[in-house]
Design a protein around this ligand. Structure first.
Ligand SMILES: Nc1nc2c(c(=O)[nH]1)N[C@@H](CN(C=O)c1ccc(C(=O)N[C@@H](CCC(=O)O)C(=O)O)cc1)CN2
Length: 283
């Protein structure tokens, strides 16, 4: 088997063009979706992601605001800012870039964002709604994976999905979204014994462990779908959690790193911001 490569980058471009047209229609009704992104500190990867978010939202015609604050910003100052943004009628979506400096309690920040503006889908109210299968804001990377599978015509229902990684950002929510679509889901993590015994059972293998090269061809069943969510920098080179060549020799479909899942994250953020604007403006 030699896998078909699913390029999230191409899919993201296609979906963003659809969004550009949608935002143009919304503007005719007097609605301009507004996204505010808050970055604390100077982590280079985070700086690059928030710039990407601003650029992408402007490209589809949204109003975008990037607030960059020093790493010394106190939790209280950040919570005050979020309180102001919650009340600002021109702001439909609020996102605080993660990770935050150690002196700030991440969960307190997430919970300070109005759930109706929580375009990251991290607020416990939105997580709870996702758990119970309600329509809400879903976290962007897991949601991007679901859209990639759907657009590649990969059926989820009845499939055995193995998720490697249990982060709140990716592993846990992607398993939940797949379960909501009637997949059978197994979670594996750093304490799982005999990882490959589990991964070899997967019809769809989702790897979000943050460990370069954790998974190779020997972990994969012939014909499985392999989704690599890893973003690791090794010797200045970006690489996933999956050894691409040996995995592609076994899989039916595979996503690369870069240009795979990553670009879908920002695309689904735009989707959630459009959704927030429509809801808030009563459309
Ligand atoms: N508040 C949030 N913080 C973080 C999130 C998030 O969804 N919300 N996710 C990640 C970082 N992230 C977006 O914020 C993100 C990661 C990767 C990519 C991406 O397009 N990656 C490219 C490669 C880019 C590169 O060269 O570095 C790819 O995989 O092709 C976009 C967004 C943590 N924080």
């Amino acid at each position: 088997m030699s896998a078909e490569v699913i390029y999230g980058k191409d899919l993201a471009a296609e979906i963003r063009e659809e969004m550009r047209q949608e935002v143009a229609r919304m503007k005719q009704d007097g609605i301009i979706p507004g996204l505010t992104v808050v970055l604390i500190g100077e982590d280079p990867a985070s700086q690059s992601y928030v710039k990407g978010k601003k650029k992408a939202s402007e490209k589809v015609g949204m109003k975008s605001n990037l607030i960059e604050l020093p790493a010394s910003t106190s939790q209280e100052e950040l919570l005050d800012l979020l309180n102001d943004l919650n009340k600002d009628v021109g702001v439909h979506g609020i996102l605080v870039q993660l990770p935050l400096p150690d002196h700030i309690d991440e969960q307190a920040v997430i919970e300070a964002i109005d759930p109706s503006k929580d375009v990251d889908g991290f607020h416990p109210i939105n997580v709870g709604r996702m758990m119970t299968g309600e329509d809400t804001f879903y976290p962007c990377t897991p949601y991007g994976i679901m859209v990639m599978l759907e657009r590649a015509n990969i059926t989820v229902e009845g499939k055995h999905v193995v998720v490697v990684g249990r982060s709140n950002l990716v592993g846990k929510p992607v398993g939940q979204l797949l379960l909501n679509q009637n997949a059978t889901v197994t979670y594996c993590h750093s304490r799982t014994k005999d990882l490959s015994a589990h991964t070899r059972q997967a019809d769809i293998l989702i790897v979000a462990a943050g460990k370069a090269g954790l998974i190779d061809g020997s972990h994969i069943k012939d014909g499985a779908v392999v989704i690599d969510v890893g973003v690791n920098r090794v010797n200045d080179k970006l690489t996933g959690d999956v050894d691409f060549d040996s995995a592609a020799a076994k899989a039916s479909y595979i996503t690369p790193v870069p240009k795979g899942v990553g670009p879908m994250t920002i695309t689904m953020l735009l989707h959630n911001t459009i959704k927030a604007a429509k809801r808030i403006e009563g459309k």
